[in-house]
Design a protein around this ligand. Structure first.
Ligand code: CAA
Length: 686
């Protein structure tokens, strides 16, 4: 008898009054339009994944702006997994984000220094117009890449929208990404323009980014980069000095860049639905980060659907999603503009100067929908802060969403009473790969603590066992799959071949024709709610921030390390008693070499500077053996399962099954913590 994963689930809140919800209005709209009688969400969802016409219904319901409306939903794509959506239609993503042009507030930006500034839709459009004009006059053509190393602030949003208005492709990294991480991405996509911060702020510290930007621009200048635009200091608000401009090739200040403005109006290039809009990155266990190309139409219809139908956001709402510019939650958040809502845009740590200041801001700004993470919630709990008791009554808060990691049953319970008891608590899960969610909030369904409410509309989510059998109704965990295409399946990987070989290998190699996402998931047969149990591949997820072990390996392949290291394996550890995942790095040294404290410290320092602080493993251990398959591939999953508390029976494909035995002792990580902590302390002093 298998364990009942949902034994602890309990009803947390009843559905919001259905009549008041957007998803209910959508159900009635579809019934009227097609003379149907879809009675509830379950029937609406079933319709949405069995009739591609659903996406045309949605187009009309969401009021997608276009110069040529779609005549049909699907055409033939370059591979059957990626059909052509809405052939013949012409539209622009940015035009759909900026349909409001009035004095209503579009963005309230803030950061940990206490800076607060609001921009109306009219002002945002004007900023977009100026940047778009400058980009056009400096030679941006549709399809050119505009890269950015930027903070989460209004100017960054305007750069993305200006790029999109011209048919350029926008791609960004957050300011904490190291030179190697940035170049591993941008050397692949070869931008023509780069916008960059020259300083960043985080947790009360100010970081000088000039050396990094200089190195990145220097490198890309021989690969087609034409212009580097330096943004005003996020702390000082001042343009950078001429001296800095002189020290960075191809660079100019933002105001110098915008000086070419000739006052021409903002126009929107009318593009096919699947014209590329964003390149997002996802790193796996091997090779450089994958460059995931998302279409303007796909991101628009998917993210607008999620905010309107699943988060129930409307024109009168204030929406605050905590995110950096590197996560897919950034383009997701931008859909707040398409809803005509006011967005709160925050840069920095939520814990500086202290979490009470951050929470107070949410209360004072009357945030209606707040998107955060389980890690944030556990930090607030851990600091002994109770928002309603210590801050205010959060009267405006209607919905709190979490993503990135698993929201535990006690966290649901705590959140329900910690803000205001009317606020609906919902967890969701999706991915960079689809720039959207598979499972999310469904306002017309009850919330069960420990469960995500339901599948998102139009996304054919299933749970498969190893043989490809659908086990959704069994309550047993399996692979999260998506059994048919939807518009935000990426159009391709940048740099892939014409048959999409890398793309197909990444998602379709396990179950032909069916998307395998790489998450373990289970459905509660009683409630139809979902639970994600973690990654089914080697992707790491500490604090809800995903990255691939491949990025760590690539740093350790440098000659300075490979001369002493034979091989390494990097896995996430999350035992049943752990609140979060920690990253463990196991190092096998070459004969005659030891992992001494100085060497360990140099590994940490190299990872931190090449990638970011978030990438630095919690613990590094020297081991005698790493497990390999008979084909010589490192077996991360088995090590991950073992250190996370499971018993693993080695399959016949493991070349050295006895090596696995030595990893069981790390289930008791506390025993090793003391010794490893010394390494961390040394690291902190650097
Ligand atoms: C829909 C989907 O399903 C798709 C997705 O997953 S989208 C992604 C969703 N993920 C999330 O929302 C992530 C949630 N987590 C967080 O936001 C953060 O962990 C947190 C705000 C809760 C806590 O942040 P934190 O206290 O800074 O800790 P943490 O995130 O562990 O940071 C690790 C280190 O990086 C540093 N760091 C983080 N951001 C930095 C920055 N911008 N600049 C400099 N340093 C930075 C931190 O200071 C910390 O350094 P130390 O180890 O030296 O202390």
């Amino acid at each position: 008898m298998s364990q009942d994963l949902f034994a602890g689930s309990r009803l947390l809140s009843k559905p919001v009054t259905p009549e008041d919800t957007n998803v209910e209005v959508l159900r009635r709209f579809i019934n009227r339009k097609h003379g149907l009688n879809l009675k509830d969400y379950s029937e609406l969802h079933e319709y949405s994944v069995t009739n591609y016409t659903f996406w045309l219904d949605l187009w009309q319901f969401l009021g997608i702006l276009s110069s040529v409306p779609p005549a049909k939903v699907l055409g033939e794509g370059y591979i059957k997994e990626v059909p052509q959506w809405f052939p013949g239609a012409r539209l622009n993503y940015a035009e759909n984000m900026l349909w409001r042009a009035d004095d209503g507030i579009a963005i309230t930006e803030t950061n940990e220094t206490g800076h607060v500034a609001s921009y109306s839709y009219r002002e945002l459009r004007e900023l977009v117009r100026k940047i778009a004009t400058a980009l056009r006059l400096h030679g941006l053509q549709p399809g050119d890449r505009v890269a950015a190393i930027i903070a989460n602030r209004t100017t960054s949003i305007a750069i993305a929208l200006a790029t999109a208005s011209l048919g350029g492709i926008f791609t960004s990294t957050a300011t904490d990404m190291g030179v190697k991480g940035v170049l591993d991405r941008y050397r692949q996509v070869l931008p023509k323009f780069i916008f960059s911060e020259t300083e960043s702020i985080y947790a009360g510290k100010t970081f000088n980014l000039i050396p990094k930007v200089s190195e990145v621009v220097q490198d890309l200048s021989s690969k087609g980069l034409g212009h580097a635009i330096l943004l005003p200091g996020i702390k000082s608000g001042q343009e950078v000095s001429q001296e800095v401009v002189n020290s960075i090739p191809l660079s100019k200040t933002l105001s110098a860049f915008l000086a070419s403005d000739d006052g021409r109006p903002l126009t929107f290039e009318q593009l096919p639905f699947d014209h590329p809009l964003y390149i997002l990155y996802s790193s796996g266990t091997t090779g450089p980060p994958k460059c995931i190309v998302h279409s303007g139409g796909g991101v628009l219809i998917q993210t607008k659907k999620e905010l309107i139908a699943h988060l129930d956001i409307g024109i009168h709402d204030t929406y605050f999603q905590f995110t950096t510019t590197a996560w897919m939650m950034w383009p997701y958040m931008l859909a707040g503009l398409a809803c005509g809502a006011r967005m709160i845009v925050y840069e920095g740590s939520p814990f500086y100067p202290d979490v009470k200041t951050y929470l107070k801001f949410i209360d004072e700004q009357n945030v209606n929908v707040f998107g955060t993470s389980p890690r944030f919630i556990s930090e607030v709990q851990g600091r002994g802060v109770h928002p309603r008791r210590d801050i205010g009554n959060f009267e405006a808060l209607r919905r709190i969403t979490t993503t990135g990691a698993v929201l535990s049953i006690p966290q649901y319970g705590w959140m329900k009473t910690a803000f205001n008891d009317r606020a609906v608590i919902c967890a969701g899960s999706g991915g960079t790969d689809i720039c959207g969610a598979f499972v999310s909030s469904v306002p017309v369904l009850p919330v069960y603590a420990g469960e995500m409410q339901g599948k998102t509309l139009g996304v054919a989510v299933g749970i498969f066992d190893e043989e490809g059998k659908d086990i959704s109704e069994t309550g047993v965990a399996g692979e999260l799959v998506c059994t048919r295409p939807h518009p935000s399946v990426p159009i391709r990987f940048w740099g892939d071949d014409a048959r999409g070989t890398k793309f197909l290998n990444a998602y379709y190699d396990t179950y032909p024709g069916i998307w395998r996402h790489g998450d373990f998931m289970a459905m509660n047969p009683r409630t139809k709610g979902y639970m994600i149990l973690g990654r089914s591949d080697g992707v790491l997820n500490p604090s809800g921030v995903r990255f691939g072990s491949g990025e760590i390996y690539s740093v350790l392949e440098r000659p300075v390390f490979s001369a002493r290291i034979d091989d390494t394996i990097c896995v996430g550890q999350r035992r049943p008693q752990d609140k979060d995942e920690r990253v463990l790095l196991f190092v096998k040294m070459r004969a005659g070499h030891k992992l001494d404290p100085a060497f360990e410290q140099s590994i940490r320092a190299a990872i931190r500077s090449a990638l970011s602080r978030r990438h630095v493993p919690a613990y590094i251990f020297e081991v005698e053996e790493l497990p390999y398959t008979v084909n010589g591939k490192k077996i991360e999953i088995a090590v991950k399962k073992i250190v996370s508390g499971m018993r693993v029976v080695a399959s016949a494909t493991v070349a050295n099954p006895e090596s696995l035995e030595s990893y069981y002792k790390y289930q008791d990580i506390e025993k090793f913590a003391q010794a490893a902590k010394k390494g961390n302390d040394r690291d902190a002093k650097l």
